[in-house]
Every structure is written in structure tokens, then in C-alpha cells.
Ligand binder design. Structure first.
Ligand code: SF4
Length: 577
């Protein structure tokens, strides 16, 4: 079979743990990943439902090109109604489960309902023979690494896992969904972090999904020769170009500091005095003495931005220690070294927490005077307690806004209940327009623009274009760090489906995805007047003499949600800023 022929959907009803496998609708052919998740949620989820109630729907959807021979195309979307934003959310993740599902011909797993007994735990096994829900009570409370180790011990080498840690089981709003990477150890180090979708999975008592692709082959394109030629030339061009992510995103620490977006002490400054000891150059230098190195988190990735970080004794500690984590769990908490952040990152991966939301929550706690700045031991203790469930740990696990409410502290940098990512919207105002107007809330992967010199009259259109390109990228299966644009994705789709898919069609599809998401959010109760960032980002400046404030007016933010006439940039601008 080639193209989308024979593709299927897995429907799981957790009310009675039944599974139904249905043909993939032909008119959804061009939908995958984020776009498919948005369509399913619009058609099958009541937008007014409580995010942790039985009527929320969890969507696990590989991108369109997942499982093909296109390089760096195996990303997976996790979708649902977010307990943080109360709106639609998609979190995109690497690792191998996306490719494995796609090779088996499954375009999405759609999980509905909730078991009558919330103390039960279940797993979903997906193989070439079909899918079944099985009892997984003996996995209850296991941290992610132990869970995957136990689960994979008797499974074929190819199998991969999607899982939640104790934070997801305890339905905390900062909970992530973990995916195992492609290394032989199959570690759950890749996380769909943003939006608290781990809590949605936990609310369904679904502890893990195991995917065994067996002998499933790569997905075939209808125009197989054209697809192979496109994939070959695209990879060659990428590898001949500048390797922006060769040392991982941790290499951006110094640049971010220069741009006043290495935020310090809960964003009261944009530069950190600890820039040298947080810088990713130190991580790269440690490979020689400690071991570790750069690797790809999923099979077939040619970007290889992910690091494997070892401790001082040369033992594996974590992987994917990224710029966002170094900023939120490091500089924003005045924690000084990448070594300390590395330990915190491992704990977040183990317990199943978004490092951005959790770092932001700890910074709010410190800013409120309830923990010393830079107290990494205190932060570690608190993270461990999240697995057990103390009152304060639960507050932190529920994110920055919950922490502000609990401590009575007003400086909580967020948009619509979700903490602001590392890239600060004050020096990068067009990115701030994305945080305020995106249906994803404050999420840098929804529309990052690293152009501090941009003029105000360009903010709205630049944000809209970035949001559109990223929506298509997160539907395609490509990792944003490959930096594809609509022009290149259209060539891959045309060969894969054996029919012309123009870049203009993809521009329209991008807009349709955003429309689907805004429609869901509007029905969920989002109001245009809430398209804004929290007051502290508007009133408190950072940079020289506090020159950088988020002073973008409401009309500019609103303009990002009204479609501009497409210009060439829409098709040629790359995903990921
Ligand atoms: S570029 Fe990095 S995050 Fe993206 S798939 Fe490759 S290793 Fe994973």
C-alpha cells in the first residue's frame, strides 16, 4: 500500500476499556499530527468539558510523513483540552513511537472516557495484530524510567513506549507525556511537555501505550521515485548548510543572554550572571571527561540536536538537556550550573513534568520568598515530593499560576494560565504576539520569531506567518529543528500522495488548522480580551534602563488573528524561528 491507503484510527473507550479500529476517512487524508488532532477534537470533544473529566479526548497522532524515508520526519502530536489553558492543546514530541504507529498504518489513537475506579491503571498494546487495553495496576506510581524498563524487559527490541509518570497519574496540570528515544536503552527522555496533557492521560488511567511495529516496513509514497529523490536532495541541502543545532539548543544560552532573554530570577532581569556556568559549551566539553555526546532522539533524524549528559562519575543522567530547561529550571531560579539543572531535568523526566512550567513555578515560589534563590537541593526535594503528593509539591506540579495563587505572589509571567517559555516577549515582541494570540497559549513552538530589530508594524503578520508554518510543520511529522518551510513540505506531500499539493494549499491548510483551534477555544470560553500577557510583562522592563517592556497594543495582537494576504515569506519562512 502507498500513500494513505489502508490507514486506520484506533478508538479506545476507557469507560469499558474497549477498542475499535476504524478506517481513516479519505477526506482527512492531508491531516496529520497537530492538524488531525484539532479536527478530531473539534468533531468529537465537547469544548466545554472539564479537562480532567471523562468527556475530554486524548489524541495521539503521528505526523503525515512519519514512518516514511524522509529524514527527521517521525514526530508525534499529543492533543487534548488543556488543564492549564482550558483550551485546545497540542504538544509535539520526538522519540520513536510516532514512526512505529505510522508504520503500522495508525494515523491516530483517540482515547475517550474514564474507568469507574480511578485507582486502576491500564496499558494499551498496539501491534500489527491490532490493539488491546490490558491491566497495568502493577505499574502504578512508577517513575517513567522504571516504568519503561519494566515494560520493555520482555518486549521486542523495536518496541517503543508512550508513558506518564506520577505527576500525570496524580493529574497535576504541569504533567508531561514521555516517549522513549531511539537509543538501545529506549529511555523515556522525550516529552510532550506543554499544556498538562500528561494529566489528561492520567485522568483516563492510561499509564502507558506500548507500540511494537514488528516487521512493519517504512510507509511507501505513491510516487516512490519522486519521494526518494526529494528526500535525498533535501537531506543533502540540509547537511551542506549551516548546522545551527549541531551542539543542541543548549548552545543558545550565550546568544539568549546577549538578547536579554536568558531570564533571571523570575524574569526580573533578562541576563544571568551565571551565563558561563549554564552555557551548553560546558555540556559539550564534558563529553570528553564524563562521556555522553550528541545523538538523535528518533530514528532517521539528521539534525541530532539532542545531548546525552553524564554525571561526574560518568553515568548516564539525562538527555535532551535543552535551552528552555537551562533557562527555566536554571537562570530563572538563579540556579547556577548546568550540572544542577541536569539533575532537575532528570527528576522532571522521571516524575513526568514539563520543565518549562515546573521551572516557572519554582521561580515564582522563590520570588515569593518561600524558597531561597538558587536552592537546587530544595528544588530537587520538592520535585521528589511531587511523586508522593505533599500540599506544596502539588501546587508546584500544577504550574506557575497555581503557585502564584497559593503564595499570594502577583508576579507570575504567563498567558492564559500557561507559563511563558524561555524566549522573553519583551525583547522579542513578535514572539510575544504569538504567545498572546496563538490558540496554543504561551508556547514558543507555536510561533517563535528571534528578530529583536523587527518593527512594530511587522509584528502581527510575522507572528501569523510563523504560527501558520509551525502548524503545518507540527502536522507533517518534521521536527521544527529541520527548519522546513511550506515550499519544501509541499514537495514531500506531492510525491507521497502522488498528486500535486501546492504550497498555497498548505497555506490554506495552515489557516484552517488555526481556525479549528480558535473555534474550539471560543466554544471553550476563551474571550478576545484575554489575548494578552500578564501585567508584570507589560509593566516591568528588562534590559538597559528597563527599555524592554511588552508594550504591544491590543489591535496588533488582534490583527495576528485576521488573515493577511499571503506574501512570499509565508512560503519560504522556516519553522522554528
Ligand atoms: S532535531 Fe533534535 S529534537 Fe528534533 S528529532 Fe532530531 S534530535 Fe529530536
Amino acid at each position: 500500500m502507498a500513500g494513505s491507503e489502508g490507514d486506520r484510527l484506533i478508538y479506545v473507550d476507557m469507560n469499558d476499556q474497549s477498542v475499535a479500529i476504524e478506517p481513516f476517512p479519505e477526506d482527512w487524508k492531508l491531516l496529520g499530527g497537530r492538524g488531525l488532532s484539532a479536527r478530531i477534537l473539534n468533531e468529537q470533544c465537547d469544548p466545554t468539558c472539564p479537562p480532567l473529566g471523562p468527556d475530554n479526548v486524548l489524541v495521539i497522532a503521528p505526523g503525515i510523513l512519519c514512518g516514511t524515508a524522509a529524514a527527521t520526519s517521525g514526530r508525534l502530536s499529543i492533543g487534548g483540552k488543556s488543564p492549564l489553558t482550558n483550551g485546545i492543546k497540542e504538544a509535539n514530541v520526538g522519540g520513536n513511537p510516532g514512526q512505529h504507529l505510522a508504520k503500522l498504518g495508525y494515523r491516530a489513537i483517540v482515547v475517550k472516557g474514564q474507568p469507574a475506579d480511578p485507582e486502576r491503571r491500564f496499558g494499551l498494546r498496539v501491534t500489527a495484530a491490532g490493539a488491546e487495553v490490558v491491566a497495568a495496576d502493577d505499574y502504578k506510581g512508577l517513575w517513567n524510567y522504571a516504568c519503561c524498563e519494566k515494560l520493555l524487559a520482555d518486549e521486542p527490541k523495536a518496541a517503543s513506549v508512550i508513558s506518564i509518570g506520577p505527576a500525570g497519574e496524580r493529574k497535576l496540570s504541569g504533567a508531561s507525556v514521555a516517549c522513549t528515544d531511539q537509543d538501545k536503552e529506549r529511555r523515556p527522555a522525550r516529552h510532550a511537555g506543554r499544556g498538562g496533557l500528561g494529566a489528561v492521560m492520567g485522568s483516563k488511567c492510561l499509564k502507558w501505550v506500548l507500540v511494537d511495529p514488528g516487521k512493519a516496513k517504512a510507509r511507501k509514497a505513491v510516487d516512490s521515485k519522486g519521494f526518494a529523490a526529494t528526500a535525498k536532495s533535501y537531506s543533502a541541502d540540509y547537511l551542506a548548510g549551516p548546522q545551527l543545532f549541531a551542539n543542541g539548543t543548549s548552545g543558545f544560552v550565550q546568544t539568549a543572554n546577549m538578547l536579554h532573554t536568558l531570564v533571571y530570577k523570575n524574569r526580573t532581569d533578562g541576563q544571568s550572571p551565571d551565563v558561563a556556568t549554564l552555557d551548553g559549551a560546558g555540556i559539550v566539553a564534558s563529553f570528553e571527561s564524563r562521556g555522553g555526546g550528541m545523538h538523535n532522539c528518533m530514528t532517521g533524524c539528521i539534525v541530532k540536536c539532542s545531548n546525552v549528559v553524564h554525571d561526574a562519575e560518568g553515568r548516564y543522567q539525562t538527555s535532551g538537556l535543552e535551552f528552555e530547561t537551562l533557562t527555566l529550571l536554571g537562570s530563572s531560579c538563579a540556579i547556577k550550573t548546568w550540572q544542577e539543572v541536569s539533575e532537575l531535568d532528570r527528576l522532571c523526566d522521571e516524575i513526568g513534568l514539563d520543565t518549562i512550567e515546573t521551572g516557572a513555578a519554582i521561580a515564582v515560589l522563590m520570588d515569593s520568598g518561600n524558597m531561597e534563590w538558587g536552592d537546587s537541593d530544595g528544588a530537587k526535594k520538592l520535585l521528589r515530593e511531587i511523586a508522593e503528593g505533599t500540599e506544596l509539591a502539588d501546587v508546584i506540579g500544577n504550574g506557575a499560576v497555581a503557585t502564584g495563587k497559593h503564595t499570594g505572589h502577583a508576579r507570575v509571567p504567563h498567558a492564559r494560565g500557561q507559563a511563558i517559555p524561555a524566549w522573553d516577549p519583551r525583547p522579542l515582541k513578535a514572539t510575544g504576539v504569538s504567545y498572546a494570540s496563538s490558540p496554543m497559549g504561551a508556547d514558543h513552538t507555536a510561533g517563535l520569531i528571534i528578530n529583536p530589530g523587527m518593527q512594530p508594524d511587522e509584528f502581527a503578520q510575522a507572528s501569523q506567518e510563523s504560527q501558520m508554518v509551525n502548524a503545518v510543520c507540527d502536522s507533517s511529522g518534521f521536527c521544527q529543528f529541520l527548519r522546513p518551510n511550506l515550499d519544501s513540505i509541499s514537495r514531500f506531500y506531492s510525491a507521497f500522495f502522488g498528486e500535486t499539493v501546492t504550497r498555497e494549499q498548505l497555506g490554506d491548510q495552515a489557516w484552517d488548522i488555526l481556525q479549528d483551534e480558535w473555534k474550539f477555544n471560543e466554544a471553550a470560553g476563551w474571550k478576545p480580551e484575554d489575548d494578552r500577557l500578564s501585567e508584570c510583562l507589560v509593566e516591568e522592563g528588562i534590559g538597559p534602563d528597563g527599555v524592554f517592556k511588552f508594550d504591544v497594543d491590543a489591535d496588533t495582537i488582534a490583527a495576528a488573528k485576521v488573515r493577511f494576504d499571503p506574501r512570499e515569506e509565508l512560503y519560504t519562512v522556516c519553522a522554528s524561528g
